[in-house]
Design a protein. Structure first.
Length: 176
């Protein structure tokens, strides 16, 4: 991200940004955090649309799918924000533990919650739960990059949709 380009896009002179941010890194950190919040909001909205009680195996699977779908849609619809979201190490924004004030609404926290529900539903065995969020995140993130700015960016929508279905099937079969 180039500060001059960002300020041009919002219609201000480059020096105006420094009235609000100490430097480029502080501005970039703020944009990363905003992008993560947007991604988290989209994931939460997708999960909220899934009907079914907590612990129902079908509903739990659908909630995990809603998280992955929201992730891929965000990457496709907001490629700049998606790229910027991962421009800095964001342990505090993406993987911060629950601070005790409520559910962990970070994207990674929501993924973990969905996986914990799969354990409660008997879909995922407890002994396989520890750390499985990372291979799942890797698969979905990898597809987002491949079909976004990567080598598969120009594939037809039907092919992209098929690859998404294959990825979700692969993940689902890996849970059992």
């Amino acid at each position: 991200m180039v500060l001059r380009e960002a300020t041009r896009m919002v219609g201000v002179v480059p020096n105006a940004a420094y009235r609000h941010f100490a430097d480029r890194d502080e501005l970039l950190a703020a944009v990363c955090a905003a992008a993560m919040r947007e991604l988290a909001d989209r994931m939460a909205a997708g999960v909220a649309r899934v009907r079914g009680r907590h612990g129902d195996p079908d509903a739990a699977r659908l909630r995990l799918g809603a998280i992955g779908t929201a992730y891929l849609e965000f990457a496709r619809e907001e490629p700049g924000l998606f790229a910027t979201a991962f421009a800095l190490p964001q342990q505090h924004a993406y993987g911060a533990p629950d601070d005790g004030t409520g559910p962990d609404r970070t994207p990674l926290g929501q993924l973990r919650t969905a996986l914990d529900e799969l354990v409660d539903a008997g879909v995922l065995h407890q002994q396989r739960r520890d750390g499985i969020e990372y291979p799942i995140w890797s698969a979905v993130h990898g597809l987002a990059v491949l079909t976004g700015p990567g080598p598969l960016r120009d594939i037809p929508d039907a092919t992209r949709h098929h690859l998404e279905e294959l990825t979700f099937t692969f993940i689902g079969e890996g849970l059992t």
